[in-house]
Design a protein around this ligand. Structure first.
Ligand code: 5RP
Length: 233
């Protein structure tokens, strides 16, 4: 399947090819997940693959439906067999930052409901230290969002309330929340401690730190993809 980014495409296709009939699959969000969902749609059409998808965003639900994938709400299933999603940064211990696409709360809830979680990334997502390239997105209550941002700043970051893509007002998530992007000038010293500290702030619903969640990571390169098994802690 052609894609504008060969590394993402190789990773996405390898993951989609792991799906088997009868499974319940978490459908991630973002450009890599989009390629994966398209490939699943292709398999539905050409191989008669039959499975159900639990989407992590309205966009992924719409895309899945457009490809003839059966879409279920998370609460219609007990457990997912597999969740497949992208990531923004992956460190040497397979800890991750996600949420550039603004779907981090649903992404984390769906990932946590899955027996196995595969994250699909192009090789450019590798970092030595989380936070060295991207801010940590934090999904927060719109009520008092400026106060929540000030509280986050006390943890050593520069918080920015994410604007809407069209520039009118703040970005609003599918769940009606806002995103505060927290940039750490020198990356993050202790992601685990930061995650705990952020979640203690009233108004913070979830962070984009995806720690100890990867069962496996598929890293795409220009000419291939490699699947790395990870033992979640
Ligand atoms: C959305 C996400 C995405 O998975 C992440 O931003 C990666 O996106 P892409 O595949 O477009 O690089 O976390 O909230």
């Amino acid at each position: 399947m052609p894609g504008s980014d060969p590394a993402k495409t190789h990773a996405a296709i390898l993951a989609a090819n792991l799906v088997q009939s009868g499974m319940v699959i978490g459908l991630g969000t973002g450009s890599t997940a989009t390629i994966m969902i398209k490939r699943l749609g292709e398999r539905v059409a050409t191989e008669g693959l039959v499975f159900a998808g639990v989407p992590t965003s309205d966009a992924s639900a719409e895309l899945g439906r457009s490809f003839g994938i059966k879409i279920l709400e998370l609460d219609q299933v007990d457990v997912l067999d597999l969740n497949i999603d992208g990531a923004d940064e992956v460190d040497p211990n397979y800890q991750m930052i996600k949420g550039r696409g603004g779907a981090l709360l649903r992404e984390k809830i769906v990932a946590t409901a899955a027996r196995r979680r595969i994250f699909i990334v192009g090789e450019d997502k590798h970092v030595e230290r989380l936070g060295e390239r991207f801010p940590v997105p934090v999904e927060a209550s719109p009520f008092g969002v400026v106060h929540t941002a000030h509280a986050l700043a006390k943890l050593g970051c520069t918080p920015v309330i994410r604007p809407a893509e069209n520039g009118t007002g703040p970005y609003i998530t599918d769940g009606g929340n806002q995103i505060i992007d927290c940039r750490f000038a020198n990356g993050i010293d202790d992601p685990q401690a930061l995650d705990i500290a952020m979640k203690q702030i009233p108004g913070v619903f979830e962070t984009g730190l995806f720690l100890n969640l990867a069962s496996a990571v598929i890293i795409g390169h220009n000419d291939r993809a490699e699947l790395i098994e990870v033992s979640p802690a």
